[in-house]
Design a protein around this ligand. Sequence first.
Ligand SMILES: NC(=O)c1ccc[n+]([C@@H]2O[C@H](COP(=O)([O-])OP(=O)(O)OC[C@H]3O[C@@H](n4cnc5c(N)ncnc54)[C@H](O)[C@@H]3O)[C@@H](O)[C@H]2O)c1
Length: 250
Amino acid sequence: MKLKDKAAIVTGAGQGIGRAIALELAGEGAKVCVADLNPETAKKTAAEIKAMGMQAIAVTADITDLSQCEKMVQATIAEFGCVDVIVNNVGWDKMEPFIKSEPTTWDKVIAINLRGPINCFKAVLPVMIERKYGRIVSIASDAGRVGSSGEAVYSGAKGGIIAFSKTVAREVARYGITINCVSPGPTDTPLFAAVAGDNPAIAEGLKKAIPLRRLAQPEDIAGAVAFFASDKASYVTGQVLSVSGGLNMV
Ligand SMILES: NC(=O)c1ccc[n+]([C@@H]2O[C@H](COP(=O)([O-])OP(=O)(O)OC[C@H]3O[C@@H](n4cnc5c(N)ncnc54)[C@H](O)[C@@H]3O)[C@@H](O)[C@H]2O)c1
Protein backbone atom coordinates (compact mmCIF):
# COMPACT_ATOMS: atom_id res chain seq x y z
CA MET A 1 0.00 0.00 0.00
CA LYS A 2 1.41 3.35 -1.13
CA LEU A 3 -0.19 5.46 1.66
CA LYS A 4 -0.19 3.23 4.71
CA ASP A 5 -1.09 5.23 7.86
CA LYS A 6 -0.98 8.60 6.08
CA ALA A 7 -3.69 11.13 6.98
CA ALA A 8 -5.31 12.71 3.94
CA ILE A 9 -7.93 15.40 3.38
CA VAL A 10 -9.95 15.27 0.16
CA THR A 11 -12.17 18.30 -0.51
CA GLY A 12 -15.40 17.85 -2.44
CA ALA A 13 -15.26 14.12 -1.69
CA GLY A 14 -19.01 13.61 -1.43
CA GLN A 15 -19.40 12.68 -5.09
CA GLY A 16 -17.71 12.47 -8.49
CA ILE A 17 -13.93 12.62 -8.78
CA GLY A 18 -13.44 13.57 -5.10
CA ARG A 19 -15.33 10.49 -3.92
CA ALA A 20 -13.21 8.25 -6.17
CA ILE A 21 -10.02 9.89 -4.86
CA ALA A 22 -11.09 9.39 -1.24
CA LEU A 23 -11.80 5.69 -1.90
CA GLU A 24 -8.52 5.24 -3.80
CA LEU A 25 -6.42 6.83 -1.03
CA ALA A 26 -8.20 4.71 1.59
CA GLY A 27 -7.54 1.63 -0.57
CA GLU A 28 -3.84 2.56 -0.47
CA GLY A 29 -3.94 2.63 3.34
CA ALA A 30 -4.71 6.30 4.12
CA LYS A 31 -6.98 7.62 6.86
CA VAL A 32 -9.26 10.06 5.08
CA CYS A 33 -11.02 13.29 6.03
CA VAL A 34 -13.94 13.43 3.59
CA ALA A 35 -14.72 17.15 3.31
CA ASP A 36 -17.68 18.56 1.42
CA LEU A 37 -20.20 21.39 1.46
CA ASN A 38 -22.88 18.71 1.47
CA PRO A 39 -22.88 16.90 4.84
CA GLU A 40 -25.00 14.01 3.61
CA THR A 41 -22.77 12.99 0.70
CA ALA A 42 -19.66 13.49 2.85
CA LYS A 43 -21.06 11.06 5.42
CA LYS A 44 -21.91 8.60 2.66
CA THR A 45 -18.35 8.52 1.28
CA ALA A 46 -16.92 8.24 4.82
CA ALA A 47 -19.26 5.29 5.44
CA GLU A 48 -18.03 3.62 2.24
CA ILE A 49 -14.44 3.95 3.48
CA LYS A 50 -15.30 2.56 6.90
CA ALA A 51 -17.01 -0.38 5.16
CA MET A 52 -13.60 -1.09 3.56
CA GLY A 53 -12.21 -1.44 7.11
CA MET A 54 -10.37 1.88 6.90
CA GLN A 55 -10.61 5.07 8.98
CA ALA A 56 -12.54 8.12 7.81
CA ILE A 57 -14.27 11.23 9.14
CA ALA A 58 -16.83 13.38 7.38
CA VAL A 59 -16.37 17.14 7.74
CA THR A 60 -18.71 19.79 6.41
CA ALA A 61 -16.66 22.68 5.01
CA ASP A 62 -17.16 25.44 2.46
CA ILE A 63 -13.68 25.89 1.03
CA THR A 64 -14.46 29.45 -0.12
CA ASP A 65 -14.26 30.41 3.59
CA LEU A 66 -10.72 30.34 5.06
CA SER A 67 -11.94 29.83 8.63
CA GLN A 68 -13.86 26.71 7.55
CA CYS A 69 -10.71 25.36 5.85
CA GLU A 70 -8.78 25.93 9.09
CA LYS A 71 -11.46 24.04 11.04
CA MET A 72 -11.28 21.19 8.49
CA VAL A 73 -7.52 20.90 9.07
CA GLN A 74 -7.96 21.05 12.87
CA ALA A 75 -10.68 18.37 12.75
CA THR A 76 -8.32 16.11 10.80
CA ILE A 77 -5.49 16.64 13.29
CA ALA A 78 -7.88 16.00 16.20
CA GLU A 79 -8.93 12.68 14.64
CA PHE A 80 -5.74 11.41 13.00
CA GLY A 81 -2.97 13.42 14.73
CA CYS A 82 -1.59 15.07 11.58
CA VAL A 83 -2.20 15.93 7.91
CA ASP A 84 0.18 14.29 5.43
CA VAL A 85 -1.82 14.83 2.24
CA ILE A 86 -4.44 17.28 0.99
CA VAL A 87 -6.22 16.93 -2.31
CA ASN A 88 -7.85 20.15 -3.49
CA ASN A 89 -10.58 18.64 -5.59
CA VAL A 90 -13.57 21.01 -5.30
CA GLY A 91 -14.53 22.74 -8.53
CA TRP A 92 -17.55 24.20 -10.24
CA ASP A 93 -18.43 25.62 -13.66
CA LYS A 94 -21.27 26.98 -15.77
CA MET A 95 -20.81 26.55 -19.50
CA GLU A 96 -21.67 29.67 -21.54
CA PRO A 97 -19.97 32.00 -24.03
CA PHE A 98 -17.84 34.56 -22.20
CA ILE A 99 -19.67 37.52 -23.73
CA LYS A 100 -22.95 36.25 -22.27
CA SER A 101 -21.53 35.56 -18.81
CA GLU A 102 -22.18 37.81 -15.82
CA PRO A 103 -19.88 39.09 -13.03
CA THR A 104 -21.87 37.19 -10.38
CA THR A 105 -20.98 33.95 -12.20
CA TRP A 106 -17.31 35.02 -12.54
CA ASP A 107 -17.16 35.67 -8.79
CA LYS A 108 -18.58 32.23 -7.99
CA VAL A 109 -16.26 30.45 -10.44
CA ILE A 110 -13.18 32.23 -9.12
CA ALA A 111 -14.22 31.77 -5.45
CA ILE A 112 -14.65 28.01 -5.83
CA ASN A 113 -11.90 27.12 -8.32
CA LEU A 114 -9.11 29.53 -7.33
CA ARG A 115 -9.71 31.22 -3.97
CA GLY A 116 -10.97 27.95 -2.43
CA PRO A 117 -7.77 25.96 -3.05
CA ILE A 118 -5.70 29.01 -2.01
CA ASN A 119 -7.61 28.97 1.32
CA CYS A 120 -6.79 25.26 1.71
CA PHE A 121 -3.07 25.85 1.03
CA LYS A 122 -3.05 28.65 3.62
CA ALA A 123 -4.78 26.44 6.20
CA VAL A 124 -2.62 23.34 5.77
CA LEU A 125 0.87 24.64 4.96
CA PRO A 126 1.86 25.76 8.50
CA VAL A 127 1.10 22.23 9.74
CA MET A 128 3.12 20.62 6.93
CA ILE A 129 6.02 23.07 7.31
CA GLU A 130 6.25 22.30 11.04
CA ARG A 131 6.37 18.54 10.33
CA LYS A 132 8.69 19.01 7.33
CA TYR A 133 6.45 16.72 5.27
CA GLY A 134 3.50 17.20 2.98
CA ARG A 135 1.88 16.20 -0.29
CA ILE A 136 -0.52 18.66 -1.92
CA VAL A 137 -2.37 17.64 -5.07
CA SER A 138 -4.78 20.02 -6.78
CA ILE A 139 -7.32 18.98 -9.37
CA ALA A 140 -6.92 21.46 -12.20
CA SER A 141 -8.43 20.92 -15.68
CA ASP A 142 -7.11 20.73 -19.21
CA ALA A 143 -9.31 23.81 -19.72
CA GLY A 144 -6.68 25.62 -17.66
CA ARG A 145 -3.84 24.37 -19.88
CA VAL A 146 -5.20 24.58 -23.40
CA GLY A 147 -8.50 26.52 -23.08
CA SER A 148 -12.06 25.28 -23.57
CA SER A 149 -14.87 27.09 -25.40
CA GLY A 150 -17.68 28.14 -23.06
CA GLU A 151 -15.43 27.91 -20.00
CA ALA A 152 -13.40 31.13 -20.15
CA VAL A 153 -13.38 32.23 -16.51
CA TYR A 154 -13.16 28.61 -15.29
CA SER A 155 -10.15 28.11 -17.60
CA GLY A 156 -8.59 31.26 -16.14
CA ALA A 157 -9.17 30.05 -12.57
CA LYS A 158 -7.76 26.57 -13.33
CA GLY A 159 -4.75 28.07 -15.13
CA GLY A 160 -4.36 30.26 -12.04
CA ILE A 161 -4.25 27.31 -9.67
CA ILE A 162 -1.58 25.66 -11.85
CA ALA A 163 0.63 28.78 -11.75
CA PHE A 164 -0.07 29.29 -8.03
CA SER A 165 0.83 25.66 -7.27
CA LYS A 166 4.14 25.87 -9.16
CA THR A 167 5.12 29.02 -7.27
CA VAL A 168 4.27 27.67 -3.81
CA ALA A 169 6.00 24.39 -4.78
CA ARG A 170 9.21 26.41 -5.24
CA GLU A 171 8.70 28.24 -1.93
CA VAL A 172 8.10 25.18 0.28
CA ALA A 173 10.19 22.42 -1.35
CA ARG A 174 12.86 22.98 1.31
CA TYR A 175 10.37 21.70 3.94
CA GLY A 176 9.87 18.33 2.25
CA ILE A 177 6.54 19.37 0.75
CA THR A 178 5.63 18.52 -2.83
CA ILE A 179 2.86 20.23 -4.77
CA ASN A 180 1.48 18.89 -8.04
CA CYS A 181 -1.66 19.14 -10.16
CA VAL A 182 -3.72 16.47 -11.88
CA SER A 183 -5.47 17.90 -14.91
CA PRO A 184 -8.54 15.90 -15.99
CA GLY A 185 -10.14 15.97 -19.39
CA PRO A 186 -13.91 15.39 -19.68
CA THR A 187 -14.92 13.04 -16.86
CA ASP A 188 -18.21 11.28 -16.27
CA THR A 189 -19.45 12.96 -13.05
CA PRO A 190 -22.49 14.90 -11.81
CA LEU A 191 -20.65 18.15 -12.68
CA PHE A 192 -20.11 16.99 -16.27
CA ALA A 193 -23.80 16.02 -16.52
CA ALA A 194 -24.81 19.47 -15.24
CA VAL A 195 -22.43 21.32 -17.57
CA ALA A 196 -23.30 19.24 -20.65
CA GLY A 197 -26.99 19.57 -19.75
CA ASP A 198 -29.44 17.38 -21.62
CA ASN A 199 -27.37 17.45 -24.79
CA PRO A 200 -25.98 13.92 -25.49
CA ALA A 201 -24.24 15.31 -28.59
CA ILE A 202 -21.63 16.93 -26.33
CA ALA A 203 -20.53 13.60 -24.80
CA GLU A 204 -20.72 11.83 -28.19
CA GLY A 205 -18.63 14.52 -29.89
CA LEU A 206 -16.03 14.34 -27.14
CA LYS A 207 -15.81 10.54 -27.36
CA LYS A 208 -14.99 10.85 -31.08
CA ALA A 209 -12.30 13.44 -30.37
CA ILE A 210 -10.65 11.54 -27.48
CA PRO A 211 -8.02 9.08 -28.82
CA LEU A 212 -8.94 6.49 -26.15
CA ARG A 213 -12.59 6.86 -27.32
CA ARG A 214 -14.30 7.33 -23.96
CA LEU A 215 -14.85 9.90 -21.24
CA ALA A 216 -12.70 9.47 -18.13
CA GLN A 217 -14.26 7.69 -15.19
CA PRO A 218 -13.54 9.26 -11.78
CA GLU A 219 -11.30 6.28 -10.93
CA ASP A 220 -9.01 7.19 -13.86
CA ILE A 221 -8.24 10.51 -12.17
CA ALA A 222 -7.88 8.96 -8.70
CA GLY A 223 -4.95 6.72 -9.67
CA ALA A 224 -2.87 9.69 -10.79
CA VAL A 225 -3.66 11.52 -7.54
CA ALA A 226 -2.56 8.51 -5.45
CA PHE A 227 0.80 8.53 -7.26
CA PHE A 228 1.48 12.22 -6.50
CA ALA A 229 0.28 11.73 -2.90
CA SER A 230 2.68 8.84 -2.32
CA ASP A 231 6.38 8.66 -1.61
CA LYS A 232 6.84 7.09 -5.07
CA ALA A 233 6.57 10.73 -6.23
CA SER A 234 8.81 12.24 -3.55
CA TYR A 235 11.17 13.77 -6.19
CA VAL A 236 8.34 15.21 -8.29
CA THR A 237 7.07 18.72 -7.56
CA GLY A 238 5.54 21.62 -9.48
CA GLN A 239 4.21 19.29 -12.20
CA VAL A 240 0.90 18.93 -14.02
CA LEU A 241 -0.30 15.54 -15.30
CA SER A 242 -3.06 15.51 -17.91
CA VAL A 243 -5.44 12.57 -17.53
CA SER A 244 -7.52 13.05 -20.64
CA GLY A 245 -7.42 9.90 -22.74
CA GLY A 246 -4.95 11.67 -25.03
CA LEU A 247 -7.36 14.51 -25.88
CA ASN A 248 -4.57 16.97 -25.23
CA MET A 249 -0.99 15.89 -25.88
CA VAL A 250 0.78 19.07 -24.81
N1 LIG B 1 -16.03 16.34 -14.58
C1 LIG B 1 -15.20 16.83 -15.48
O1 LIG B 1 -15.38 16.67 -16.70
C2 LIG B 1 -13.97 17.60 -15.04
C3 LIG B 1 -13.00 17.93 -16.02
C4 LIG B 1 -11.87 18.62 -15.63
C5 LIG B 1 -11.70 18.98 -14.31
N2 LIG B 1 -12.65 18.66 -13.38
C6 LIG B 1 -12.43 19.08 -12.00
O2 LIG B 1 -12.48 17.95 -11.14
C7 LIG B 1 -12.91 18.34 -9.84
C8 LIG B 1 -14.08 17.48 -9.41
O3 LIG B 1 -15.13 17.64 -10.35
P1 LIG B 1 -16.42 16.71 -10.40
O4 LIG B 1 -16.78 16.60 -11.83
O5 LIG B 1 -16.22 15.49 -9.60
O6 LIG B 1 -17.49 17.69 -9.66
P2 LIG B 1 -18.84 17.38 -8.89
O7 LIG B 1 -19.70 18.62 -8.99
O8 LIG B 1 -19.44 16.10 -9.36
O9 LIG B 1 -18.37 17.23 -7.38
C9 LIG B 1 -17.86 18.35 -6.69
C10 LIG B 1 -18.03 18.19 -5.20
O10 LIG B 1 -17.55 19.40 -4.59
C11 LIG B 1 -18.49 19.83 -3.60
N3 LIG B 1 -18.39 21.29 -3.45
C12 LIG B 1 -18.81 22.23 -4.32
N4 LIG B 1 -18.54 23.46 -3.85
C13 LIG B 1 -17.93 23.28 -2.65
C14 LIG B 1 -17.40 24.17 -1.69
N5 LIG B 1 -17.46 25.50 -1.85
N6 LIG B 1 -16.81 23.66 -0.56
C15 LIG B 1 -16.77 22.30 -0.38
N7 LIG B 1 -17.26 21.41 -1.26
C16 LIG B 1 -17.82 21.90 -2.39
C17 LIG B 1 -19.84 19.39 -4.12
O11 LIG B 1 -20.80 19.30 -3.05
C18 LIG B 1 -19.49 18.04 -4.76
O12 LIG B 1 -19.59 16.99 -3.81
C19 LIG B 1 -13.24 19.83 -9.96
O13 LIG B 1 -12.15 20.60 -9.53
C20 LIG B 1 -13.47 20.01 -11.44
O14 LIG B 1 -13.26 21.34 -11.85
C21 LIG B 1 -13.77 17.97 -13.73
